[in-house]
Design a protein around this ligand. Structure first.
Ligand SMILES: Nc1ncnc2c1ncn2[C@@H]1O[C@H](COP(=O)(O)OP(=O)(O)OP(=O)(O)O)[C@@H](O)[C@H]1O
Ligand SMILES: [Mg+2]
Length: 442
């Protein structure tokens, strides 16, 4: 075995009752390498991680660290062998400070509860490890962001002399900037010789950060290759397997669309670099079109293109038959296309603004002219909300609302900023005409 192999698994098995969840898993993580681990939900990734963390003493097979056999009978033993795991739900003690967390389990008796000594020791430790936490060691962990908590865990792992550091879905709760900063830390640690294992559902991100990739399916390793040699499509195919491909091919013809209805939105062979390649879909009035695929296959990107968030590098978009080019979401909104994003909390809402402002944010963008005043905004948000409720009830055939709503709806959109009498610059009529109509036959 080459000397640069930090972690070596040979024929690792784990069963839950009769169910074989890890089926003779072989894996080699080399020093200086970021090793990605991918697989469908239930493929066995977390079970493998938990086995390495010492949580499943009844597993089979062998583990070696730096060539020496390692025993993984409990978490303490696994840590002392040099394996550190950063689970998706961080395991810091919220009520304690950063320093107390860093030193937890490291001969606390020596310093007692002398805060100054704990602080000094923790600061020395952070310095020695050489990873910035970005927060005072005296801060309480309870108010810290996921990104900072993650750094504390990384520092803690390195302080415990981790030879192998495993991160299970580490980017799930990070912003884009935090994600990139994590990638730099991951690379830095690999360069120092730590064996890095990186588990993620995001295939793009896996391609970006890993050097080597192991794909698991049904508890088995189905491929282990240099990341460069695998395209996202091949990764997906390996994760799904042949049987699934056949099922997909077979079922493609099922579910005939009603082609008498007009096509309201159409993507004709749209591409975004090599992330989205020649995708065509047509959405007819009254239709619900599902876009399915693995994480990283391009579903979100397609939706972003359809709603003007991202601009396609090829292909055409058509709304009710006429070609459109959106330079941003505003263009799509004015054509009556709205997106409820994947992460509503961070991408869809302004959490620091009141409900009223969130409700009429799209209308506010259309407002031209003098400074916005709060009172009209609240007023029109309330009316906008009532109007939506009415439209919804009408669509369900609830006649109580038909009369009062019908007469007034002709005056233009109800959801608008600027109070009564103000008409949006684009007239609003277009919005009403082209907006999603709850009754397609009308
Ligand atoms: N404690 C348990 N008892 C019984 N079965 C379990 C247990 N833990 C996991 N399994 C099963 O083992 C299989 C592998 O699960 P595991 O959590 O390792 O998958 P994973 O690859 O991490 O999936 P995900 O991507 O969803 O995190 C699944 O079928 C799961 O239902
Ligand atoms: Mg998992």
């Amino acid at each position: 075995m080459p000397t640069d192999v930090r972690l070596q698994l040979s024929g690792v098995t784990k069963q839950f009752g009769p169910a074989v969840v890890l089926d003779h898993v072989d894996l080699q993580v080399r020093a200086g390498q970021v090793h990605g681990l991918i697989g469908q939900n239930g493929a066995g990734k977390s079970t493998l991680v938990k086995t390495l963390a010492g949580l499943y003493p009844d597993h089979g097979g062998g583990t070696r660290i730096d060539g020496r056999p390692a025993a993984l009978r409990n978490p303490r033993q696994s840590r002392s062998e040099g394996i550190a795991v950063i689970h998706q739900e961080f395991s810091l003690v919220s009520e304690m400070t950063v320093a107390e967390n860093l030193l937890l389990g490291r001969e606390p008796g020596l310093w007692g509860y002398n805060r100054r000594a704990i602080r000094k020791k923790a600061e020395a430790l952070v310095e020695e490890v050489g990873i910035e936490i970005g927060e005072s060691v005296e801060a309480s962990v309870s108010g810290l962001s996921p990104a900072i908590r993650q750094r504390i865990e990384i520092v803690k792992a390195l302080a415990e002399d981790a030879k192998v550091l495993i991160m299970d879905e580490p980017t799930a709760r990070l912003s884009e900037a935090e994600r990139l900063s994590l990638f730099r830390v991951v690379r830095q640690l690999a360069d120092r010789g730590v064996g890095m294992v990186f588990i993620s559902h995001f295939l793009d991100e896996v391609r970006e950060v890993t050097d080597w990739l192991t794909v698991m399916r049904n508890g088995r390793v189905v491929a282990s290759e240099p990341t460069k040699s695998l395209t996202v499509g091949r990764m997906a195919a390996l994760m799904l397997g042949e049987e699934f491909q056949q099922v997909i091919d077979h079922e493609r013809a099922v579910g005939q669309a009603d082609d008498t209805r007009p096509v309201v939105l159409e993507a004709d062979s749209v591409s975004v670099g090599d992330r989205l390649r020649g995708v065509s879909i047509a959405l007819r009035a009254g239709e619900i079109v599902a876009v399915a695929g693995l994480v990283g296959s391009g579903r979100t990107r397609l939706c972003r293109v359809l709603t003007g968030v991202e601009q396609p590098t090829g292909g055409r978009l058509r709304v009710r038959g006429s070609e459109v080019r959106f330079s941003g979401p505003r263009g799509a909104i004015s054509r009556g296309i709205a997106l409820i994003p994947e992460d509503r909390k961070y991408q869809g809402l302004s959490l620091s603004s009141p409900l009223t402002e969130n409700l009429c944010l799209m209308a506010l963008q259309r407002r031209r002219g003098p400074a916005r005043r709060r009172a009209p905004v609240e007023h029109s948000a309330g009316r906008g909300f009532r109007d939506l409720t009415r439209r919804h009830r009408r669509a369900r055939g609830d006649t109580r609302w038909r009369k009062p709503a019908e007469g007034r709806a002709r005056q233009g959109p109800r959801l608008r900023a600027g109070g009564a009498g103000h008409r949006p610059a684009d007239g609003g009529r277009r919005h009403r005409d082209e907006g999603p109509d709850p009754s397609p036959a009308a």
